[in-house]
Design a protein around this ligand. Structure first.
Ligand SMILES: *[C@@H]1O[C@H](CO)[C@@H](O)[C@H](O)[C@H]1NC(C)=O
Length: 355
């Protein structure tokens, strides 16, 4: 899936920002959307809320100028840019929610479909991406004086990673799982030698070139093992010993739930059962039927997305999926846990997936 220039992606994310940052000002049937915030100037392909109520957004760097300039007349020499080799615009910004202001940030390498996670000390760590970003690690330390910016680390990753998933570990390091043509995981900062460990589960769920195992859903279980969901099924991985300690059944129907058949997933709020037992339940929603990627890519046929959610209690002796239906089919949706334990399912499209 070279250049899956996800234009629909952009449109969807822009829509999501508008939803977040606008309000409905007219009760007339046709309605209208009105901005309450300045145009942030970039597409928020990636977006992270930081502990100081600022939101960092970032986009790919090689697709021409954005609509916000770098500060102080700064420019970047950007040899991999498809449009402009000298680029004086920013491809990352910080939005200050309280002040309702935007400031440009400097990201040099291509963050397109990179991945990241926030460390316990509040620092955002982002790894991988496309082209010159594939092996990069980037950190952003939140600040209140508008002085902080991205720090980029060459060869922060051992392998190139595009569409991988990061998860924070108890020691503050991150595990980076998979990515296109990467059937393995590694750690950032680098820990073991070798830092890259093969994970056959990623090969098994690769679906003969349709992938559907990218951006795996990764959650830390209460027993210290990692739940890793790819395509239509999951394992519990002891990442220290590289041992699969449990294999979960496929979701009934067997349709794929990971990129490019992009569904979404959350770890539901933990529940204390009797004694020291903890109930750990994962919810997976949406996706696109098997074969959707090839249909969209080769025939421009966009089939209806999946309208099912499936949940599983991963610490059960014999875990089974329970399937429910959503009111709408949804691919490329987002799921967010709300403070009351409800899950907000938002964004996405109802048909197919688009290159
Ligand atoms: C952003 O768009 C506005 C409105 O079209 C334009 O006036 C401005 O020059 C643009 N800024 C940059 C940096 O492209």
């Amino acid at each position: 899936m070279a250049a899956r220039a996800t234009f629909i992606f952009y449109a969807l994310f822009l829509t999501s920002i508008q939803l977040l940052l606008t309000h409905h000002v007219s009760s007339a049937a046709r309605g209208l959307w009105k901005y309450m915030v300045p145009n942030v100037g970039i597409s928020a392909m990636h977006m992270q809320l930081l502990h100081n109520d600022r939101v960092v957004m970032y986009d790919r760097t090689n697709f021409g100028p954005s609509n916000i300039s770098l500060p102080n007349g700064n420019c970047r020499h950007n040899p991999n840019d498809i449009v402009s080799k000298l680029d004086c615009t920013a491809h990352s910004i910080e939005y200050d929610v309280a002040m309702n202001t935007v400031r440009p940030l400097t990201v040099q390498s291509n963050t397109w479909c990179s991945s990241g996670s926030v460390r316990p000390d509040g620092v955002l760590v982002q790894t991988g991406g496309d082209r010159d970003g594939q092996r990069k690690a980037r950190t952003f330390s939140p600040c209140d004086n508008n002085q902080c910016d991205w720090v980029e680390i060459d060869n922060g990753l051992t392998n190139r990673r595009w569409y991988a998933s990061n998860h924070i570990l108890p020691d503050g390091k991150q595990i980076v799982v998979g990515g296109q043509a990467q059937f393995n995981y590694e750690f950032f900062p680098k820990t073991t030698n070798p830092n890259v460990v093969a994970l056959p589960f990623l090969t098994e769920t690769h679906d003969q070139g349709q992938e559907n195992n990218l951006y795996p859903f990764v959650f830390m279980n209460t027993d210290g093992n990692l739940f890793i969901f790819c395509n239509n099924r999951a394992i519990l991985l002891d990442y220290v010993k590289n041992t699969v300690v449990k294999t979960f059944p496929a979701i009934p129907g067997g349709d794929p739930r990971n990129y490019p058949s992009t569904g979404s997933a959350v770890l539901l709020p933990l529940k204390n059962l009797e004694a020291d037992q903890i109930e750990t339940e994962v919810l997976v929603c949406g996706g696109a039927p098997k074969g959707s990627y090839n249909l969209a890519f080769r025939k421009k046929t966009f089939v209806k997305a999946l309208d099912t959610c499936a949940r599983i209690k991963i610490n059960d002796a014999k875990p089974q999926w329970t399937v429910e239906n959503m009111p709408h089919a949804r691919v490329m949706g987002d799921m967010i846990l709300l403070p009351n334990g409800d899950v907000l399912i938002i964004n996405g499209g109802s048909f197919g997936l688009k290159r």
